[in-house]
Write a new protein. Structure first.
Length: 393
Protein backbone atom coordinates (compact mmCIF):
# COMPACT_ATOMS: atom_id res chain seq x y z
CA UNK A 1 0.00 0.00 0.00
CA UNK A 2 1.48 3.32 -1.10
CA UNK A 3 1.03 6.02 1.52
CA UNK A 4 0.76 9.77 1.00
CA UNK A 5 2.87 11.26 3.78
CA UNK A 6 3.49 14.88 4.77
CA UNK A 7 6.63 15.39 6.86
CA UNK A 8 6.55 18.77 8.66
CA UNK A 9 9.48 20.67 10.16
CA UNK A 10 9.66 24.10 11.77
CA UNK A 11 12.42 25.39 9.46
CA UNK A 12 14.34 24.85 6.24
CA UNK A 13 17.70 25.19 8.08
CA UNK A 14 20.00 22.23 8.82
CA UNK A 15 19.02 21.54 12.43
CA UNK A 16 18.79 17.94 13.64
CA UNK A 17 15.02 17.51 13.32
CA UNK A 18 15.02 19.05 9.85
CA UNK A 19 17.89 16.82 8.67
CA UNK A 20 16.10 13.79 10.12
CA UNK A 21 12.77 14.75 8.51
CA UNK A 22 14.38 15.26 5.11
CA UNK A 23 16.25 11.95 5.20
CA UNK A 24 13.11 10.16 6.37
CA UNK A 25 11.07 11.63 3.51
CA UNK A 26 13.75 10.56 1.03
CA UNK A 27 13.87 7.02 2.43
CA UNK A 28 10.08 6.75 2.29
CA UNK A 29 10.13 7.82 -1.37
CA UNK A 30 12.88 5.29 -2.08
CA UNK A 31 10.60 2.64 -0.56
CA UNK A 32 7.80 3.56 -2.98
CA UNK A 33 5.72 5.92 -0.84
CA UNK A 34 4.65 9.45 -1.76
CA UNK A 35 6.33 11.73 0.78
CA UNK A 36 6.42 15.51 0.81
CA UNK A 37 8.63 17.69 3.04
CA UNK A 38 6.84 20.82 4.32
CA UNK A 39 8.33 23.77 6.25
CA UNK A 40 8.14 27.55 6.78
CA UNK A 41 10.77 29.37 4.72
CA UNK A 42 11.79 32.82 5.96
CA UNK A 43 14.43 33.59 3.33
CA UNK A 44 12.68 32.23 0.25
CA UNK A 45 15.80 30.19 -0.57
CA UNK A 46 14.23 26.81 0.16
CA UNK A 47 15.72 23.93 2.11
CA UNK A 48 19.40 23.79 3.01
CA UNK A 49 19.81 21.19 0.26
CA UNK A 50 17.60 19.89 -2.52
CA UNK A 51 16.07 16.59 -1.34
CA UNK A 52 14.96 13.57 -3.36
CA UNK A 53 11.31 14.14 -2.51
CA UNK A 54 8.56 16.65 -3.18
CA UNK A 55 8.72 19.80 -1.06
CA UNK A 56 6.49 22.66 -0.05
CA UNK A 57 7.93 25.86 1.39
CA UNK A 58 5.53 28.05 3.34
CA UNK A 59 6.05 31.81 3.20
CA UNK A 60 7.08 32.89 6.71
CA UNK A 61 8.02 36.07 8.53
CA UNK A 62 11.13 36.55 10.66
CA UNK A 63 10.99 37.69 14.29
CA UNK A 64 13.08 38.02 17.44
CA UNK A 65 10.55 37.49 20.24
CA UNK A 66 10.37 33.72 20.80
CA UNK A 67 6.80 33.43 22.18
CA UNK A 68 5.39 35.58 19.36
CA UNK A 69 7.50 33.75 16.78
CA UNK A 70 6.27 30.36 17.97
CA UNK A 71 2.64 31.46 17.65
CA UNK A 72 3.27 32.92 14.20
CA UNK A 73 4.97 29.75 12.95
CA UNK A 74 2.11 27.60 14.23
CA UNK A 75 -0.38 29.80 12.38
CA UNK A 76 1.68 29.79 9.16
CA UNK A 77 1.96 26.00 9.09
CA UNK A 78 -1.66 25.42 10.16
CA UNK A 79 -3.09 27.73 7.51
CA UNK A 80 -0.92 26.26 4.75
CA UNK A 81 -1.67 22.62 5.60
CA UNK A 82 -5.39 23.36 6.01
CA UNK A 83 -5.47 24.14 2.28
CA UNK A 84 -4.08 20.70 1.41
CA UNK A 85 -4.66 18.13 4.16
CA UNK A 86 -5.15 15.27 1.71
CA UNK A 87 -2.48 13.02 3.15
CA UNK A 88 -2.77 9.56 4.60
CA UNK A 89 -0.29 10.61 7.27
CA UNK A 90 0.89 13.96 8.62
CA UNK A 91 4.06 13.69 10.70
CA UNK A 92 5.49 16.58 12.77
CA UNK A 93 9.18 16.68 13.70
CA UNK A 94 8.95 19.41 16.37
CA UNK A 95 6.55 21.13 18.79
CA UNK A 96 5.71 23.98 16.42
CA UNK A 97 4.47 21.85 13.53
CA UNK A 98 2.82 19.47 16.04
CA UNK A 99 0.77 22.33 17.48
CA UNK A 100 -0.29 23.37 13.98
CA UNK A 101 -1.55 19.83 13.35
CA UNK A 102 -3.20 19.71 16.79
CA UNK A 103 -5.20 22.79 15.78
CA UNK A 104 -6.35 21.00 12.63
CA UNK A 105 -7.43 18.00 14.71
CA UNK A 106 -9.41 20.35 16.96
CA UNK A 107 -11.07 21.85 13.86
CA UNK A 108 -12.03 18.38 12.62
CA UNK A 109 -9.87 18.79 9.49
CA UNK A 110 -7.69 15.74 10.22
CA UNK A 111 -8.33 12.75 12.51
CA UNK A 112 -4.81 12.64 13.99
CA UNK A 113 -1.08 12.95 13.34
CA UNK A 114 2.31 11.50 14.19
CA UNK A 115 5.10 13.26 16.08
CA UNK A 116 8.79 12.53 16.57
CA UNK A 117 10.31 13.90 19.78
CA UNK A 118 14.03 14.50 19.17
CA UNK A 119 14.67 16.11 22.56
CA UNK A 120 12.93 18.36 25.07
CA UNK A 121 14.00 21.87 26.03
CA UNK A 122 13.46 23.85 29.22
CA UNK A 123 11.50 27.00 28.40
CA UNK A 124 11.08 29.63 31.15
CA UNK A 125 8.17 31.19 29.23
CA UNK A 126 5.01 29.38 30.33
CA UNK A 127 3.28 29.72 26.98
CA UNK A 128 6.19 28.22 25.03
CA UNK A 129 6.52 25.43 27.60
CA UNK A 130 2.81 24.69 27.23
CA UNK A 131 3.19 24.46 23.46
CA UNK A 132 6.00 21.93 23.91
CA UNK A 133 3.77 19.80 26.15
CA UNK A 134 0.77 20.03 23.83
CA UNK A 135 2.94 18.94 20.92
CA UNK A 136 3.41 15.65 22.78
CA UNK A 137 0.04 15.05 24.42
CA UNK A 138 -2.03 15.81 21.31
CA UNK A 139 -0.20 13.43 18.93
CA UNK A 140 -1.95 10.21 17.93
CA UNK A 141 1.32 8.39 17.35
CA UNK A 142 4.65 9.21 18.98
CA UNK A 143 8.21 8.29 18.02
CA UNK A 144 11.56 9.22 19.49
CA UNK A 145 15.18 8.73 18.47
CA UNK A 146 16.74 7.24 21.63
CA UNK A 147 15.85 5.29 24.77
CA UNK A 148 16.76 8.34 26.86
CA UNK A 149 13.79 10.26 25.45
CA UNK A 150 11.57 7.18 25.25
CA UNK A 151 12.00 6.78 29.03
CA UNK A 152 11.52 10.52 29.62
CA UNK A 153 8.24 10.63 27.68
CA UNK A 154 6.92 7.59 29.53
CA UNK A 155 7.89 9.00 32.94
CA UNK A 156 6.78 12.60 32.37
CA UNK A 157 3.80 12.18 30.04
CA UNK A 158 2.77 8.55 30.33
CA UNK A 159 3.21 8.21 26.57
CA UNK A 160 4.93 5.31 24.82
CA UNK A 161 7.18 6.49 21.98
CA UNK A 162 9.06 3.70 20.19
CA UNK A 163 12.64 4.41 19.17
CA UNK A 164 13.13 4.86 15.42
CA UNK A 165 16.76 6.05 15.62
CA UNK A 166 18.75 7.88 12.97
CA UNK A 167 20.80 7.07 9.91
CA UNK A 168 23.62 8.38 7.76
CA UNK A 169 23.99 8.57 3.98
CA UNK A 170 27.24 6.76 3.14
CA UNK A 171 27.09 8.00 -0.46
CA UNK A 172 27.63 11.54 0.87
CA UNK A 173 29.78 10.92 3.94
CA UNK A 174 32.87 8.77 3.31
CA UNK A 175 36.63 8.90 4.07
CA UNK A 176 38.00 9.40 0.57
CA UNK A 177 38.53 12.93 -0.72
CA UNK A 178 35.64 14.52 -2.60
CA UNK A 179 35.59 17.27 -5.24
CA UNK A 180 35.03 20.06 -2.67
CA UNK A 181 37.82 19.09 -0.26
CA UNK A 182 40.69 20.89 -1.98
CA UNK A 183 39.26 24.42 -1.79
CA UNK A 184 37.28 24.11 1.43
CA UNK A 185 39.79 25.81 3.73
CA UNK A 186 40.13 28.77 1.38
CA UNK A 187 36.33 29.13 1.16
CA UNK A 188 36.04 29.51 4.93
CA UNK A 189 39.28 31.36 5.61
CA UNK A 190 40.95 28.47 7.42
CA UNK A 191 44.70 27.93 7.57
CA UNK A 192 46.06 25.43 5.07
CA UNK A 193 48.36 23.85 7.67
CA UNK A 194 46.42 23.99 10.97
CA UNK A 195 44.98 20.84 12.49
CA UNK A 196 41.26 21.47 12.90
CA UNK A 197 39.23 20.67 16.01
CA UNK A 198 35.63 20.80 14.77
CA UNK A 199 32.44 21.57 16.68
CA UNK A 200 29.06 21.58 14.92
CA UNK A 201 25.91 23.28 16.18
CA UNK A 202 26.99 26.85 16.82
CA UNK A 203 27.63 28.56 20.15
CA UNK A 204 24.94 27.30 22.50
CA UNK A 205 24.67 26.27 26.13
CA UNK A 206 23.16 22.96 25.05
CA UNK A 207 26.19 22.31 22.84
CA UNK A 208 28.52 23.10 25.79
CA UNK A 209 30.62 25.42 23.64
CA UNK A 210 32.08 27.45 26.51
CA UNK A 211 33.49 24.39 28.31
CA UNK A 212 34.84 23.17 24.98
CA UNK A 213 36.61 26.51 24.49
CA UNK A 214 38.24 26.15 27.91
CA UNK A 215 39.43 22.64 27.07
CA UNK A 216 40.78 23.85 23.72
CA UNK A 217 42.62 26.72 25.43
CA UNK A 218 44.69 24.29 27.51
CA UNK A 219 45.25 21.97 24.55
CA UNK A 220 46.36 24.86 22.33
CA UNK A 221 49.13 25.74 24.75
CA UNK A 222 50.64 22.29 24.16
CA UNK A 223 49.83 22.05 20.47
CA UNK A 224 49.77 25.56 18.94
CA UNK A 225 49.07 24.23 15.43
CA UNK A 226 45.50 23.38 16.50
CA UNK A 227 42.62 25.55 15.28
CA UNK A 228 39.11 25.43 16.75
CA UNK A 229 36.29 25.62 14.16
CA UNK A 230 32.69 26.16 15.29
CA UNK A 231 30.27 25.47 12.44
CA UNK A 232 26.50 25.78 12.15
CA UNK A 233 24.15 27.45 14.59
CA UNK A 234 20.94 28.32 12.69
CA UNK A 235 18.26 28.32 15.40
CA UNK A 236 14.95 29.91 16.36
CA UNK A 237 16.18 30.32 19.94
CA UNK A 238 18.11 33.35 21.17
CA UNK A 239 21.61 32.35 22.33
CA UNK A 240 23.01 35.89 22.46
CA UNK A 241 23.67 35.91 26.24
CA UNK A 242 25.70 32.72 26.00
CA UNK A 243 27.48 34.05 22.91
CA UNK A 244 28.55 37.15 24.87
CA UNK A 245 30.07 34.95 27.59
CA UNK A 246 31.88 32.96 24.91
CA UNK A 247 33.24 36.11 23.22
CA UNK A 248 34.46 37.51 26.55
CA UNK A 249 36.34 34.32 27.36
CA UNK A 250 37.72 34.12 23.83
CA UNK A 251 39.18 37.62 24.06
CA UNK A 252 40.47 37.14 27.61
CA UNK A 253 42.26 33.97 26.57
CA UNK A 254 43.92 35.67 23.59
CA UNK A 255 42.59 32.89 21.34
CA UNK A 256 40.89 34.93 18.60
CA UNK A 257 43.45 33.88 16.00
CA UNK A 258 43.01 30.21 16.87
CA UNK A 259 39.20 30.08 16.68
CA UNK A 260 36.88 30.41 13.67
CA UNK A 261 33.09 30.73 13.93
CA UNK A 262 31.81 29.98 10.44
CA UNK A 263 28.04 30.12 10.88
CA UNK A 264 25.98 27.88 8.64
CA UNK A 265 28.06 25.70 6.32
CA UNK A 266 26.83 24.86 2.82
CA UNK A 267 25.48 21.32 3.02
CA UNK A 268 27.66 20.20 0.12
CA UNK A 269 30.69 21.30 2.14
CA UNK A 270 29.93 19.33 5.31
CA UNK A 271 31.58 16.02 4.25
CA UNK A 272 34.70 17.94 3.22
CA UNK A 273 34.74 19.86 6.52
CA UNK A 274 34.66 16.61 8.48
CA UNK A 275 37.46 15.15 6.36
CA UNK A 276 39.60 18.27 6.77
CA UNK A 277 39.24 18.03 10.57
CA UNK A 278 41.31 15.92 12.96
CA UNK A 279 38.45 15.38 15.43
CA UNK A 280 34.78 16.19 15.96
CA UNK A 281 34.33 17.54 19.50
CA UNK A 282 30.71 16.95 20.48
CA UNK A 283 30.35 17.34 24.29
CA UNK A 284 26.64 18.22 24.24
CA UNK A 285 24.83 18.67 27.53
CA UNK A 286 21.50 17.67 25.95
CA UNK A 287 21.05 15.81 22.68
CA UNK A 288 18.31 13.83 21.02
CA UNK A 289 20.58 11.38 19.26
CA UNK A 290 23.60 13.10 17.73
CA UNK A 291 23.57 13.01 13.93
CA UNK A 292 26.88 14.84 13.51
CA UNK A 293 28.96 12.11 15.22
CA UNK A 294 27.53 9.59 12.76
CA UNK A 295 28.46 11.79 9.81
CA UNK A 296 31.97 12.38 11.16
CA UNK A 297 32.52 8.67 11.78
CA UNK A 298 31.37 7.90 8.23
CA UNK A 299 34.09 10.32 7.07
CA UNK A 300 36.68 8.42 9.11
CA UNK A 301 37.60 10.98 11.77
CA UNK A 302 37.70 10.49 15.57
CA UNK A 303 34.66 11.62 17.55
CA UNK A 304 34.54 12.77 21.18
CA UNK A 305 31.12 12.41 22.86
CA UNK A 306 29.82 12.30 26.45
CA UNK A 307 29.94 8.98 28.29
CA UNK A 308 26.18 9.19 28.85
CA UNK A 309 22.86 8.61 27.05
CA UNK A 310 21.92 8.94 24.29
CA UNK A 311 25.47 8.37 22.97
CA UNK A 312 26.14 5.38 25.20
CA UNK A 313 22.98 3.73 23.83
CA UNK A 314 24.17 3.39 20.26
CA UNK A 315 27.98 3.58 20.42
CA UNK A 316 30.31 1.03 21.96
CA UNK A 317 33.56 1.83 23.77
CA UNK A 318 35.99 1.27 20.86
CA UNK A 319 33.82 3.24 18.42
CA UNK A 320 34.16 6.73 19.95
CA UNK A 321 36.30 8.59 22.50
CA UNK A 322 34.30 9.21 25.68
CA UNK A 323 34.46 12.42 27.71
CA UNK A 324 33.02 14.02 30.83
CA UNK A 325 31.48 17.09 29.18
CA UNK A 326 31.29 19.41 32.20
CA UNK A 327 35.00 19.24 33.06
CA UNK A 328 37.45 21.08 30.77
CA UNK A 329 40.40 19.01 32.02
CA UNK A 330 38.88 15.59 31.27
CA UNK A 331 37.38 16.90 28.04
CA UNK A 332 40.88 18.05 27.08
CA UNK A 333 42.24 14.59 27.91
CA UNK A 334 39.68 13.02 25.58
CA UNK A 335 40.55 15.45 22.78
CA UNK A 336 44.24 14.78 23.31
CA UNK A 337 43.66 11.04 22.92
CA UNK A 338 41.49 11.55 19.83
CA UNK A 339 44.17 13.72 18.20
CA UNK A 340 46.85 11.02 18.43
CA UNK A 341 48.26 9.43 15.29
CA UNK A 342 47.00 6.06 16.49
CA UNK A 343 43.42 7.35 16.76
CA UNK A 344 43.55 8.92 13.32
CA UNK A 345 44.59 5.60 11.78
CA UNK A 346 42.06 3.57 13.75
CA UNK A 347 39.05 5.79 13.06
CA UNK A 348 39.76 6.02 9.35
CA UNK A 349 38.99 2.29 9.24
CA UNK A 350 36.56 1.82 12.13
CA UNK A 351 34.49 5.00 11.69
CA UNK A 352 32.80 4.03 8.41
CA UNK A 353 32.19 0.52 9.77
CA UNK A 354 30.41 1.98 12.80
CA UNK A 355 28.38 4.40 10.67
CA UNK A 356 27.25 1.60 8.36
CA UNK A 357 25.10 0.19 11.19
CA UNK A 358 22.79 3.22 10.89
CA UNK A 359 20.62 3.01 7.78
CA UNK A 360 17.81 5.40 6.82
CA UNK A 361 15.86 2.61 5.13
CA UNK A 362 15.54 0.77 8.44
CA UNK A 363 14.58 4.04 10.16
CA UNK A 364 11.79 4.57 7.62
CA UNK A 365 10.57 1.00 8.06
CA UNK A 366 10.14 1.51 11.81
CA UNK A 367 7.45 4.12 11.11
CA UNK A 368 5.20 2.09 8.85
CA UNK A 369 3.05 0.22 11.38
CA UNK A 370 2.00 3.48 13.06
CA UNK A 371 1.60 5.17 9.68
CA UNK A 372 -0.84 2.47 8.59
CA UNK A 373 -2.88 2.95 11.76
CA UNK A 374 -3.15 6.66 10.97
CA UNK A 375 -4.02 5.96 7.33
CA UNK A 376 -6.81 3.60 8.41
CA UNK A 377 -8.39 6.44 10.44
CA UNK A 378 -8.68 8.71 7.39
CA UNK A 379 -12.11 9.14 5.78
CA UNK A 380 -12.54 7.45 2.41
CA UNK A 381 -13.06 9.25 -0.89
CA UNK A 382 -10.59 12.12 -0.47
CA UNK A 383 -9.05 13.61 -3.63
CA UNK A 384 -5.41 12.72 -4.30
CA UNK A 385 -3.22 15.85 -4.20
CA UNK A 386 -0.86 16.55 -7.08
CA UNK A 387 2.73 16.26 -5.91
CA UNK A 388 4.95 19.10 -7.10
CA UNK A 389 8.03 20.74 -5.66
CA UNK A 390 7.17 24.28 -4.63
CA UNK A 391 10.49 25.24 -3.01
CA UNK A 392 13.19 27.12 -4.90
CA UNK A 393 15.55 24.95 -6.87
Amino acid sequence: MTLRIGILTHSTNPRGGVVHGMALAEALCDAGHDAMLIAPDVTGAGFFRRPRCATRCIAAMAGDDLPALVERRIMEIRDAVREDANFDVLHAQDPISANALADLVAEGRIPGFARTVHHLDHFPHRGVAARQARGITSASELFTVSRLWEDTLLADYGRHAPVVGNGVDLTRFFPGAGPRDHALRARYGLSRTARLVLSVGGIERRKNTLVLLRAFKELHREQPDLHFVIAGGASLLDHSDYRRLFDQELQAGDLAGAVSVTGTIADDDMPALYRQSCVLAYPSRTEGFGLCPLEALACGIPVVVPAAPPFSEHFHTPEVVWCQPECPRTLGDALRAALSIESARRFRVSGPVTAARFDWRRVAGRHLRAYRRLAASQPAGRPVPRRVSLCPK
